[in-house]
Design a protein around this ligand. Sequence first.
Ligand SMILES: Nc1ncnc2c1ncn2[C@@H]1O[C@H](COP(=O)(O)OP(=O)(O)O)[C@@H](O)[C@H]1O
Ligand SMILES: [Mg+2]
Length: 340
Amino acid sequence: NEIEAVLSSMLDAVLVVDCDKNILRQNHAAESLLGIRKEDHGRSLEEVVRNSALLKFAEKALAGEEPTAVELAVVRDREKIFQVHGTLLKDGSGRKLGAVFVLNDITGLKKLERIRSEFVANVSHELRTPITAIKGFVETLKESALQDPENARKFLDILESHTNRLNAIIEDLLMLSRLEQSEESGEIALVETPLKSILESALELNRAKAEEKKISLELDAPEELKAKINSQLIEQAVSNLIDNAVKFSEPGKSVRVRAEPREKEIVITVSDFGPGIPREHIPRIFERFYRVDKGRSRKMGGTGLGLAIVKHIVQLHKGRVCVESAEGKGTKFSIYLSVA
Ligand SMILES: Nc1ncnc2c1ncn2[C@@H]1O[C@H](COP(=O)(O)OP(=O)(O)O)[C@@H](O)[C@H]1O
Ligand SMILES: [Mg+2]
């Protein structure tokens, strides 16, 4: 019948019990979620369902007049979080027949919520470090150091570096939020562009730092190679990868940027011969603020957002970014762009 069809096509689990908590009806979703079998029809909920939080909630819903809601965890193959709504079931004359429960899977939502609040906590923490330092040095300058020009100069340099750091974090956060907005709206102009000049300018942005560390930069890309890209963004992504390669490599090493066509794709690689990334960290390095060595990254002016930005830029191009790394040998990042 129609009701049966509606119930069984619902993704939410629906469970109906009478006033004595005997199961009157359950849909497919409820069966697989709570481990109820077809033949459990008519049996008491207490015999069938092991979830004590749900049983307690059922009691409360049957006792009260108002619809109630609760969040509860159900562990079967893996833990899932459900929002459960309970409503009294009444006949036409208002006589209580039992209760209806609807269980709505909010595991994904909960995960997003957690990611969001972790992100806010991380941002606050990252901002607080330079701000605390700035406050401290301003205080010292006001109290005494102004009379001591040599120290004052040193403190001002430190203040400058922390201010730059704050600025870098804010710039990267704004960049990420702009990228996310473009991802949502889907509006980004991709234009057929020669790649080599883009890679050259990405290298140029890192030239001074590389020279300072005596790191040689190499480029290998065919003149005629073109890709449908937003050139500013691809330049930024490649520059972020080169920045890391230069930053983490020992002086005297080289960093290679390469572009080549490969089947229906174009691959841009940035390789270095630096320390590599320990295997256990690789799955997480594209997360915001994730760093193998926080102290070291900060000292070198990193915000921990560079690779997150790369990931978003590549996503906007419907491409993918991969990393291969061997500890002590080096790291290779590859950006794959599809040729339209
Ligand atoms: N080429 C590389 N060699 C070694 N480690 C790297 C390399 N690129 C990235 N990493 C690791 O990934 C982390 C995240 O990179 P990123 O998001 O650019 O942050 P940041 O450069 O600000 O530290 C770095 O802190 C570092 O631990
Ligand atoms: Mg970086």
